[in-house]
Design a protein around this ligand. Structure first.
Ligand code: SGN
Ligand code: CA
Length: 517
């Protein structure tokens, strides 16, 4: 009797310690996501526009995915796909307007149930009470760059300063002062930058003004090789980008000038229309206090002066060039702040020793056009907005400095994190865990193609509804709703997607094969 009691006692001790151990073993997860961050603007992918040494650290110490994509290239739907592990037509958040049904399962809830502590800081885009999150401070909707308002679990606050710095301060404060050190964490660190209208901090605004950036080869694209959707989209720099709200020419400048802004009426998703007005400048700049305004004014004055002096003599090509440079200066300036701040968080993980057992992910809710095809914005299945940056570091599991070319998607994130944390994923999630790829077991990965579907039309930027299938060699897409047009791109021979070869007899077999898939 005494002997068997002793055995039970020893066994229970063994299980108690091994369970405790297990909790130190389960990895922490830090999910970093920016809003509209093009892979062309991360030096780990492309060094032509900007150096991002801190974001690159994640790739240097981990794995860089060169073929990562989204299932639906628009903000809130992408976030819903990430949280649910389900395509838009299943999770219901098909566009920025549809309501997110928060009675459905999202992966943070599973982490919380499994004993993880969960936190979220920055831009979520929908809802004001993310499920399964213990502690949060999130921007309402799109949020503001300057002196932003945050929704907290208990109260709302307006915090003075620049949004990218503040989101980082909140995240670091949570790590240092609020985190329960006995539990593993799942932390969302979600930047608003570099979303339109690309307001940098005053310091970066000044630093990037006057820098000159190389133009993409197809900046002056006339869309002749494409269908109606590319021709009618309202996201061209020359015809749809606004001097006042985007290029930041002061509203007062326009009082003495006529017919400057391209005439544009934006459609809202609910079928109503609006014209961009000086409010779009004033509401943003107007958030700054006097001290902040003084700093912004130095660069704003230079922009307006340059515009007033030169615009009347510019031809269309020069206007395009002027807008492209202004766009890149501000867009990249906001990214420079993101990079500095990601560096602060990575430094903290290193200094605290947390880095050793923390998976760090850097991604964006989708890609973005930086003048390719003459465009800004996203939405289309064409590469710059279909693809998204993705890099993951996981010490002792991922070989540092590796590159992966598989067709992975944001749909895969939930199952990846669940497997890494040894939590069972629900059967109805639709992605694939990336853990085998992260661990170098490529033979366990057999995906050949991915599915894409964009729904938000008619709406701002007027990108028509379409769905498609993409593999490493081809992209087949169908534009529908108010058109019925098919497009096929040869991704190997025409990587910039300038020529639709759907009707080219040489590609007949490919079309048949992809349509049957
Ligand atoms: C705003 C922007 C658009 C952008 C949408 C959606 N206009 O309407 O350019 O496409 O958000 O962006 S702005 O004048 O308000 O800047 S998303 O990232 O939220 O999907
Ligand atoms: Ca976005």
């Amino acid at each position: 009797m005494i002997r068997s009691l002793l055995i039970v006692f020893i066994l229970s001790l063994f299980f108690a310690t091994s369970c405790e151990k297990e909790d130190n073993v389960r990895p922490n997860i830090l999910f970093i996501m920016s809003d509209d961050h093009a892979y062309q603007a991360i030096s780990a992918y492309d060094e032509r526009l900007i150096q991002t040494p801190n974001i690159d650290r994640i790739a240097d110490e981990g794995m860089l995915f060169t073929n990562a994509s989204v299932t639906n290239s628009i903000c809130a739907p992408s976030r819903a796909v990430i949280l649910t592990g389900k395509h838009s037509h299943i999770n219901g958040k098909i566009d920025n307007i549809a309501k997110f049904d928060d009675s459905q399962m999202t992966f943070p809830q599973l982490f919380k149930e499994a004993g993880y502590q969960t936190a979220m800081f920055g831009k979520l885009h929908f809802g004001n009470n993310p499920k399964g999150i213990d502690d949060f401070q999130i921007l309402p909707g799109q949020g503001d760059y300057i002196n932003p308002r945050f929704l907290g679990k208990d109260k709302d606050t307006i915090i003075t300063g620049y949004v990218t710095d503040i989101i980082t301060d909140l995240t670091l404060n949570w790590f240092k002062n609020k985190r329960d050190k006995d539990k593993p964490f799942l932390t969302f660190y979600l930047h608003k930058a570099p979303h339109r209208a690309w307001w940098p901090s005053p310091e970066k605004f000044a630093e990037f003004y006057n820098k000159e950036f190389p133009e993409p080869e197809n900046l002056y694209d006339d869309y002749s090789g494409r269908g109606t959707a590319a021709k009618t989209a309202e996201m061209n720099l020359l015809t749809h980008m606004q001097y006042m709200q985007d290029s930041k020419v002061r509203p007062s400048v326009f009082e003495n000038m006529e017919n400057v802004e391209p005439k544009i009426v934006y459609a809202r998703g609910d079928g109503t229309f609006f014209e961009p007005s000086s409010n779009s400048f004033n509401n943003r700049y107007g958030r700054a206090n006097e001290e902040q305004k003084k700093k912004y004014d130095i660069t704003l004055d230079k922009i307006s002066k340059d515009f007033e002096a030169n615009w009347p003599n510019m031809n269309d090509k020069e206007k395009m060039q002027w807008k492209f440079q202004r766009y890149m200066q501000d867009y990249l300036a906001t990214i420079s702040s993101v990079d500095d701040n990601v560096g602060r968080v990575l430094d903290y993980l290193d200094e605290s020793g947390l880095d050793e057992n923390t998976i760090v992910i850097y991604t964006s809710d989708q890609g973005f056009y930086l003048g390719e095809h003459g465009w800004f914005d996203k939405r289309f299945i064409y590469d710059e907005s279909f693809k998204t940056p993705l890099m993951i570091k996981w010490p002792n599991q991922i070989k540092p400095g590796t590159t992966n070319e598989e067709m992975v998607q944001n749909l895969d994130f939930a199952q990846t994190f669940l497997e890494a944390a040894m939590i069972e994923a629900p059967e109805d999630m639709q992605g694939e865990s990336l853990v085998p790829l992260l661990k170098g077991n490529h033979n366990q990965w057999d995906r050949e193609a991915v599915y894409y579907h964009y729904y938000e039309y008619p709406s701002v930027h007027m990108a028509k509804r379409h769905y498609g299938i993409v593999n490493k060699e081809y992209k087949l897409t169908h534009f529908y709703y108010d058109v019925d047009e098919w497009e096929l791109y040869d991704r190997v021979n025409d990587p910039s997607e300038m020529n639709n070869v759907y009707n080219d007899p040489n590609y007949k077999d490919i079309v048949v094969k992809l349509t049957m898939n």
